[in-house]
Design a protein around this ligand. Structure first.
Ligand code: IMP
Ligand code: MG
Length: 182
């Protein structure tokens, strides 16, 4: 599998550092909140990031899962989001939500999700991403917590996939363009 990588972009050590830093920020920001804290793991890519992060957040919290797909994220600014798995809670007004993403590209997924959860009455909605490719934005979007900004390269590992492969790599690597026909 590692033969398919051009180079390792974010090592296991760096990932550990990133999750520690973000967990500390979240602890500071939510320590005095009276509402409950709910992390929403966006499947499947955020699985590893969410589990690494939640272990380091020393506050009571709950987790939820959502699965979404975006269409036309590259060329359409209106990029539609399809929700395949939603949170079952009726009342969102009793919680502060943090959406946990693996990577932000066009910005469509997270901007739609923030709007969706806010409209459902969430007390607050923030976003947390492991990686961000700001140069790829189609819609303006800035995450509240960000592990690392990266250049416009296709990355895999630590949950991120190409055609469902490479999610189990313990680090993030840049995929060789020859693998995806680039
Ligand atoms: P967007 O911000 O709505 O365009 O979507 C971000 C989603 O695109 C992420 O959750 C990933 O599923 C996918 N994605 C974008 N860039 C990469 C990458 O470099 N590797 C793997 N998945 C990516
Ligand atoms: Mg994803």
């Amino acid at each position: 599998m590692t033969n398919d990588l051009k180079y390792i972009l974010v090592s296991e050590e760096k990932l550990d550092e990133i999750t520690s830093t973000i967990a500390k920020q979240i602890c500071n920001d939510y320590r005095n909140s009276e509402k409950k804290l709910v992390l929403i793991c966006i499947l499947k890519g955020s699985l590893m990031f969410t589990s690494a992060l939640m272990k380091k957040i020393d506050l009571p919290l709950e987790i939820e899962f959502m699965k979404v797909s975006s269409y036309g994220s590259e060329s359409k600014s209106s990029g539609i989001i399809n929700i395949h798995l939603d949170i079952k809670r009726e009342d969102l007004s009793d919680a502060n939500f943090i959406i946990i993403e693996d990577i932000i590209d066009s910005g469509n997924t997270l901007s739609h999700l923030v709007k969706y959860l806010s409209e459902r009455g969430a007390n607050s909605v923030r976003t947390c991403t492991l990686l961000d490719k700001p140069s790829r934005r189609v819609v303006s979007f800035t995450p509240d917590y960000c592990g690392m900004e990266i250049p416009d390269e296709f990355v895999v590992g630590f949950g991120l996939d190409f055609n469902e492969k490479y999610r189990n790599l313990p680090y993030v690597g840049v995929l060789k363009p020859s693998v995806y026909g680039g």
